[in-house]
Write a new protein. Sequence first.
Length: 469
Amino acid sequence: AAVQQPPPDEASEGEGQARAAPLAGPMATRRRGHSPKPSVRRESEVSSDGGGESSDGGGSPSSATAGGATRGLTPEQTKAGESKLAKVLTRLKFGTPMIFAFFLLVWLGHPYMVGLVCLLQTGLFRELVNVRYKPAKERKVPMFRTCQWAMFAVAMVHVYGRVFVKLGLAHSVAHRAPPFLGSIVLKSIKYYRLVSFSAYVAVFIGFVLSLRPGLYKYQIGNAVWTVGVLMLVVWQISGTTELIFSGLVWFMLPCGLVVANDCFAYFCGQAAGKKFIKAPFLALSPNKTWEGFIGGFLCTAVWGWYFAEWISRSQWLVCPQRNMDHFAILDCEPDSVFQVQTIPWPSEDFVLMTLICKPFQLHAAVLAIFASVVAPFGGFFASAIKRAYNIKDFDSLIPGHGGFMDRMDCQFLMLLCTNVHYRTFVQAAETLSHEDLLRIIGAMVPASRENFLGKVLTEYNCTGTCWPA
């Protein structure tokens, strides 16, 4: 039956009531004395009840299914579910090749892993400085982007130069390079601090000369931002090279713990999110839940224990590399930290229980706690940056994953913690072997080496064998 339109005087009461009149058709019919039709639930009403079953129960398609939705769900719920599924499939599609590429680099060896870290640092720096990039202003500033990249280059040269000289890798490169290049490398070892300082001064003066009236605030703000980014992506990861050449396990372990915690927290949050704890977890990441955080912590602790035992079986992963050979052959006696022992816990003076395991597994348990409790705050910090600058991802380089920063935000603190932990509790307990001494002596410049050996011969009476005087 046609719905009677309201008289003109009612329509004049407001445009909103005139628009609402067609939606109130059945009620308007009833008010005007017309008998209503028998109550029949329309398809839209069935779908709004959330029920996806038809009223006859005879297996006919439900209204939600007819509307393009999954059975038992509304079209909106179905669309959201399909969107989540599409995101997961996209992540798997592009994440799986990245995992295989990572293990390929592990198989190739230590120098290639250092190259991967350098590549990641370059990508991270690019994404973070682009956060504050404003083309309209920077077109008026000559060489400003060049200054930013020059700052990054100086920081990388200084950090890696110091690490390579400390580990004796620079001398290894010099000895394996052609004579002309080898002599240049040896000279650069002696003067690398002066070269780094001179480059820093040149970049600093260039930045000051690039300042333009009316853009001081923007330029100074970006310069301070650049220094902060350098602290994140260069200084925090400066000890990673030392970890890699001390044994690939010390690099694979922290990376694996962060990835595992991310996965476990996601699946625990999806399975039990807000079913036990209704309180919000953190305003910076509203999708995070307490169930995901706690479940990720427990699962990561268990997984890290067995993951550490598994990777420590490989001699390729536990043996350190002392040179820059592209395809080195590593053959070493695994350190005691990778051998099964009987360990009193928590200490020999106060024993609550005795553990039969590798000490490396205990180190992994401590790092797993850090990866689950502290490292996620790197991700929260990245979320704060994205909210502050109103961006969804730092880049669209990796479909389904975003950019390097979206994948590496928790790794900064984790790698820094692993470096501190290794140098405090593992390296400090080691004694120098004859190979370490020979490497240190070989890294000395010829004059210093000759002076050192002369003092050794003076200190010890060496006639075939050396005994204290």
